[in-house]
Design a binder for this molecule. Structure first.
Ligand code: ASP
Ligand code: MG
Length: 455
């Protein structure tokens, strides 16, 4: 096992945290709680770890699809006309009743499968109270539209947390919902975490539950601003909730349980034969997620790296398997994984442009007129970049160029950037280039031998 990086941050806080020994945070994504069977499986996994006498906090996403539904309702009810009709023409009342019915049924159906009969009436009551609060959030006054949207969408995680806590109790370990330990600013749709206030809230809301010997079930994605208004950490933000919570309670390990076996070394929808990475460094995982690897929210590694928390990405169907372990450890030379980013153009930042705008993906180097950059321009972009992340060598650059040439793909630029080994190609070639570069670069070490899975 990879040794944990000692961190100053944890050492300085160990005093008031005495007694909570080695807590574990386990995060379940939307498909890992997408049905009654999935809740039961997740609850069994949590109960299994908690039975090892280890404090466990479970962070849970909304059931798959629920966040999208809630956002659609928030949108449709945003501009009600005088007739009380939503943007889609249905009456507000009818539409809210339908939302209430469908969410109640979906969660109750799941609970019937995962929760024992003794706990079911309590779950019904709690689901109804969360749904009442949801309807309130859709119709009440809010300080802004963004605040309203956040206030609506956080209910998805509140509903799934109710079911998961009861399912864990059914699996034999007491569990309680420990709501909203994460403190944020008021950027409602993608809020910034306040580390110190989060620590204090964890001490108040989560640690007492763990000390009682119960599993703390924390709704993911959700934060609270200084006025206690609900905020969100951005789409896919439950991963970030897990590492933020891990830092808040002094965990040395966070497990991200998902529907794939770990972090794959390329997008499996684009590359046949993408494999699972046994290990990654925080740096590599951060870059990979930033380039769009869907398995992790792009900011997940920030709290983990700051606090030296080992993050394991595991398949929720096979949590006993290794998955991918992410730590401070750098894994040696070579390209670990490849990502593609489309919708780019090559441009030049003139000396007059003082700051590289938000649309700049990376710098390519200087030419006479200024700094050459890759810009993200969306649909107008005619080029794509394939990036090899890891510790690439010159030999990798040569091998990569040879593989593109052998596949008849023209490269427009190639070299090292802040992201990794970067090959710029025409948009039409992006997918082929990704496949060719994956084949040529990933899984090789210096000597060209396939890398080994650690024991
Ligand atoms: N439920 C939220 C989303 O779909 C957060 C998450 O699942 O991570 O974006
Ligand atoms: Mg996710």
């Amino acid at each position: 096992m990879i040794k944990r990086m000692e961190s100053v941050e944890q050492a300085s806080c160990s005093g008031w945290r005495a007694g909570l020994s080695d807590p574990l945070v386990m995060k379940f994504g939307g498909t890992s709680v997408g049905s009654g069977a999935a809740f039961r499986r997740a609850a069994g996994t949590v109960a299994g770890e908690a039975a090892k006498q280890r404090p466990v906090a479970a962070v849970v996403s909304a059931m798959s699809g629920v966040t999208d539904t809630l956002l659609a309702y928030a949108e449709a009810t945003a501009r009600l006309d005088g007739t009380g009709q939503t943007a889609t023409g249905s009456t507000l009342e009818g539409s809210l009743a339908e939302l209430h019915r469908s969410l109640y049924e979906r969660h109750l159906d799941a609970a019937r499968e995962a929760v024992g009969p003794a706990l079911l009436p309590g779950v019904e009551r709690e689901l109804l109270s969360v749904l009442e609060s949801l309807l309130g959030s859709l119709t009440d006054e809010h300080p802004s539209e963004a605040a309203r949207r956040a206030g609506v969408v956080v209910h998805g995680e509140r509903l799934s947390a109710v079911v998961l806590a009861a399912a864990i109790s059914t699996a034999g370990v007491p569990a309680e919902v420990a709501p909203d330990p994460i403190a944020t600013d008021s950027a409602f749709s993608e809020a910034e975490v306040d580390v110190e206030r989060t620590r204090a809230r964890c001490a108040e809301r989560v640690e007492p539950v763990l000390r009682r010997g119960s599993v703390a079930v924390v709704p993911g994605f959700v934060g609270r601003d200084r006025q206690e208004l609900p905020t969100t950490l951005g789409r896919g933000g439950s991963d970030l909730s897990a590492t933020v919570l891990g830092r808040g309670i002094g965990a040395s390990e966070v497990w991200i349980l998902t529907d794939v076996p770990g972090v794959l070394d390329a997008d499996p929808r684009l590359v046949e034969g993408a494999g699972t990475l046994p290990e990654m460094s925080y740096r590599e995982a951060h870059l990979f997620a930033g380039l769009g690897a869907k398995v992790l929210h792009h900011r997940t590694m920030e709290p983990a790296a700051a606090a030296g928390i080992e993050v394991s990405v595991k398949n929720s169907f096979a949590p006993g398997e290794w998955g991918t372990r992410i730590s401070a450890r750098e894994c040696g030379r070579g390209v670990r994984c490849v990502a593609v980013r489309d919708g780019l153009s090559i441009g030049v930042l003139s000396a007059g442009e003082r700051t590289a705008g938000k649309d700049v993906l990376c710098a390519l180097g200087c030419d006479g007129g200024g700094l050459q950059v890759l810009r993200e321009v969306g649909a107008d972009g005619e080029v794509a970049a394939v990036v090899g992340i890891g510790a690439p060598t010159d030999a990798d650059l040569v091998r990569g160029l040879a593989s593109l040439a052998a596949s008849g793909i023209e490269h427009l630029w190639a070299g090292s950037t802040a992201l990794g080994l970067t090959f710029v190609v025409g948009s039409a070639d992006a997918r082929f280039a990704l496949g060719a570069l994956h084949g040529a670069l990933v899984g090789r070490t210096e000597s060209g031998v396939e890398s080994e899975v650690p024991a």
